[in-house]
Design a protein around this ligand. Structure first.
Ligand code: DBV
Length: 262
């Protein structure tokens, strides 16, 4: 990788990173949407550190790829490469609230205990049928096709339910050849299908009335506040890069809706 990143939209390549093909696919799929760089401070575009023991240090890279388009307020990939300690792609698309669109969310996480993988088109207003029905009727066949090839990831907190769709794909799979095959043959095509559907929804989305936009904004705020407060990566990022950097990254970059609205 180049020693520094000048723009959030610059192609991002991280050596030995498990999730590189997923980011490459997403960048290519998004390219036709007329992407603009998204302003991100240099210390969050690329950050390195060491973890592990003194005798066996592990080099850590955390990098951010981000952009916006006419309908999408923020598209961002948080990428972590820490050798045997962790490899992560957390990818979230946050639409403008002038469009009735869900979030795209992917959490692809490799830890020493195994891979944990989450994919969803997450609602801003889960109880609103105008917001959800047209998405879920198209998402469920895709979800069913791929989830049945994967073990279920186990229980998720009750309080998280309002933020998931019924097409939440969620699995934990072992490291090694068996897990790698599932990632190539199931998780990759699932990721492509979820993203394709999302981009079709974006393509056909039309602007909504101001009242509707206010309701969508309130829903996005709840979601963003929840994600920032409960970010499961907080512990890991704090170990790697310290608490000050991590809190600013979570609130100021990863889940920055309020920062840019107030
Ligand atoms: N998760 C993030 C960001 C990450 C990240 C920004 C930069 O939101 C990584 C990195 N997720 C990450 C890590 C773990 C998880 C776990 C490192 C493991 C934490 C650990 O075990 O130490 C899906 N991700 C999880 C868990 C869930 C999700 C349910 C398990 C939580 C737990 O066991 O406590 N994250 C959640 C979700 C989406 C998402 C549904 C969107 C599809 O991004």
């Amino acid at each position: 990788m180049s020693p520094s990143r000048l723009s959030s939209l610059e192609p991002l390549t991280i050596d030995h990173w498990r999730w590189q093909p997923f980011l490459d696919h997403a960048c290519a799929a998004l390219e036709p949407f007329g992407l603009q760089p998204y302003p991100i401070e240099p210390e969050f575009l690329l950050q390195t550190s060491e973890t592990g023991s003194k005798s066996k240090p592990i080099h850590v890279t955390t990098a951010t790829w981000a952009c916006s388009s006419t309908k999408l307020r923020q598209i961002r990939a948080a990428c972590v490469e820490a050798g045997s300690a962790a490899s992560v792609l957390n990818f979230v698309i946050n639409p403008l609230t002038t469009y009735d669109l869900p979030f795209f969310g992917a959490d692809l996480v490799t830890l020493p205990a195994g891979h944990l993988l989450a994919l969803d088109l997450q609602p801003a207003l889960k109880s609103d049928r105008d917001h959800t029905e047209k998405v879920w009727s198209r998402l469920l066949p895709i979800f069913e096709r791929w989830q049945e090839c994967l073990p279920h990831g186990g229980p998720i907190p009750e309080e998280a339910q309002p933020y998931f769709s019924p097409g939440f794909l969620w699995t934990r799979i072992p490291l090694g050849a068996e897990g790698d095959a599932l990632i190539d043959e199931v998780v990759m095509p699932a990721f492509q299908d979820y993203l394709n559907l999302y981009l079709e929804l974006v393509d056909s989305a039309e602007t909504v009335e101001p009242d509707r936009s206010e309701a969508l904004l309130a829903g996005q705020r709840r979601y963003t506040t929840y994600r920032a407060e409960k970010d499961p990566a907080r512990g890991m990022l704090t170990r790697f890069h310290g608490s000050e950097w991590t809190e600013e990254y979570i609130h100021g970059v990863l889940f920055d809706l309020d920062k840019n609205r107030t």
